[in-house]
Design a protein around this ligand. Structure first.
Ligand code: FE2
Length: 285
């Protein structure tokens, strides 16, 4: 398992296994600088081309297990507020399609999982994000720890801010056309929503917006809480696949029952048990 991850990652360019080396520290400094400046760090061809092809095959083989759901969302994932003017960004709703291949599709033989579970990888991500060892853990959720987001032709992901601070993704298959990741760095901040500029971007003003396509094997760390972002509609006949590695600030964190059901269409015993623990009893509702 460990060897597979080490063989898949381009360790010459990204020596994440040699944490004491100068080149490791230089890489870390570069990623941190990118995150500081734009909230987005992309490590192009982090996974070598042979492994990228293997990942594409692996994901294509389980793509049928994706769970799809549809809803309408505004950039903040909040409910409509009719007291606001119709032009307000909080009243800007677009259709969103969700399709996730659940984590239990990626078992012990999965290369995607091997990368996620390789300790030097976790350590590198943690340090890049400036997190300490006692506040950074792999997500303890067998349906959600390492998943793949599938975007089918015709679909995209409308403009939004993330509710979580960071996202760690791995490009697997870009789709034939479209599927571009666009983001406006630091459009809002802790001190303000900047609704005027958000409204301008929603209205089609792309000044200040950056675009990138996540190619097969590209690793991306993105701070999505302050940067408005979207994925443009995928064109052609193949889906866009992106692996998502999830982490939590506390150990033994797993998804809540209702949210898990929304995202994956089912729950496991672990979700029910953890929720019961939170509630302080083991009674059924
Ligand atoms: Fe996002």
């Amino acid at each position: 398992m460990v060897e597979r991850a080490a063989a898949a990652i381009d360790l010459e360019r990204f020596p994440i296994h040699e944490s004491q080396s100068q080149s490791y520290l230089a890489l870390l400094a570069e990623v941190r600088q990118q995150l500081k400046e734009t909230g987005c760090a992309r490590l192009k061809s982090f996974v070598n081309s042979a492994a990228a092809r293997a990942l594409q095959d692996e994901v294509s083989g389980v793509a049928g297990q994706a769970y799809r759901s549809y809803n309408k969302v505004n950039p903040y994932f909040t409910a409509d507020d009719p007291t606001l003017p119709a032009s307000h960004p909080r009243r800007h709703f677009e259709r969103r399609s969700n399709a996730f291949i659940p984590a239990d599709s990626f078992g012990a033989n999965s290369l995607l999982r091997a990368i996620y579970e390789w300790q030097p990888f976790t350590d590198f991500i943690r340090l890049a994000l400036g997190e300490s060892e006692d506040s950074f853990f792999q997500y303890d959720d067998p349906l959600a720890d390492v998943i793949v987001n599938a975007v089918d032709p015709g679909d995209g992901f409308p403009w939004h801010f993330d509710t979580n601070t960071y996202t760690v993704t791995l490009g697997i298959q870009p789709g034939e056309g479209g599927g571009t990741f666009q983001y406006h760095p630091k459009l809002r901040s802790k001190s303000g929503e900047n609704y005027d500029r958000v409204a301008a971007v929603l209205g089609g003003d792309l000044s200040g917006v950056r675009s990138l396509t996540l190619g097969p094997g590209d690793l991306q760390i993105f701070l999505g809480r302050y940067s408005l972002h979207r994925v443009t509609a995928v064109t052609g006949t193949t889906s866009r696949y992106v692996g998502i590695f999830s982490y939590a600030n506390e150990p033994q964190m797993c998804g809540r029952v209702e949210r898990t059901r929304q995202l994956y269409g089912r729950v496991l015993d672990i979700h029910l048990q953890r929720e019961a623990l939170l509630r302080g009893d083991t009674l059924h509702d």
